[in-house]
Design a protein around this ligand. Structure first.
Ligand code: NAP
Length: 213
């Protein structure tokens, strides 16, 4: 299967959660972490998020100051996108909505020239991004459910992590980098660290890992 190179970025609390049980929105890490998030978008031809993250974080998925903005891709099983979301009212790259479950797919409310709807599997969508839209670098910003699906397909080449030592979320149902806590991946995925930057003043550590065979 042809596909883009795929990187991901997540912040985790000291107890390995990406959010609280109540799904608090992003903004619980430092300004430095936010700057890193934007920096990691720089090289992307397309950004990818799950619908839960789009809606919870009210994302616009832009790269400030960049002339050619990355495509903005959102994944859902059932569709039913909220047309009031800031994504659909902001300037930026073209928007590509993926609906993987055709059976439950409702008619999209969003009909705009810059929005394209795709009804196919996640794997086929990745291939389409590479072949039809010439996406070489795809950067995924979560959430856990989507990253889990990418990890199950074993298509994550690089994994960026902010270890936020300043926060403990707790909570049996608080989501983790691979979705539902304790639902482990079916097999090992081995990554080697390629970057380590400790910021004790922020209570954070910025890490990057590359897939090793
Ligand atoms: N700490 C961080 O760095 C970070 C990063 C991102 C998000 N978050 C937080 O994490 C929470 C959201 O996490 P989450 O795991 O629930 O979110 P998610 O993966 O963004 O969203 C889940 C929803 O996205 C769609 N989806 C995900 N994977 C899919 C797949 N393989 N195929 C088809 N559709 C798929 C489904 O939408 P439908 O329901 O429409 O079918 C699913 O219900 C929020 O609180 C957010 O703020 C934290």
């Amino acid at each position: 299967m042809q596909r883009p190179r795929i990187s991901t970025n997540l912040a985790i609390s000291a107890d390995g959660k990406i959010s609280a049980v109540a799904r608090i929105p992003s903004g619980w890490t430092s300004k430095q972490d936010h700057a890193r998030l934007l920096e990691l978008r720089e090289n992307a031809d397309a950004l990818l998020v799950g619908k839960g993250t789009l809606e919870n974080d009210r994302m616009t998925m832009r790269v400030p100051g960049k002339t050619t903005q990355p495509l903005r891709c959102v994944v859902s099983r059932g569709g039913d996108f909220d047309a009031e979301q800031p994504l659909f009212h902001s300037t930026g790259g073209d928007i590509h909505l993926l609906v993987t479950d055709r059976e439950s797919m409702g008619l999209p409310e969003i009909a705009r020239p810059n929005v394209t709807l795709h009804a196919q599997s996640l794997a086929d969508f990745l291939e389409r991004l590479a072949l039809t839209y010439a996406v070489k670098n795809l950067h995924c910003e979560g959430g856990g459910q989507l990253i889990r699906a990418l990890a199950e397909l074993d298509v994550i080449d690089e994994f960026h992590l902010t270890l936020a030592g300043h926060t403990l979320f707790g909570g049996k149902d608080a989501t983790t980098p691979t979705g539902v806590p304790a639902a482990f991946l079916p097999a090992t995925r081995l990554y080697e660290m390629s970057h380590f930057e400790a910021r004790p003043d922020m209570g954070e550590c910025y890490l990057s890992y590359i897939r090793s065979c």
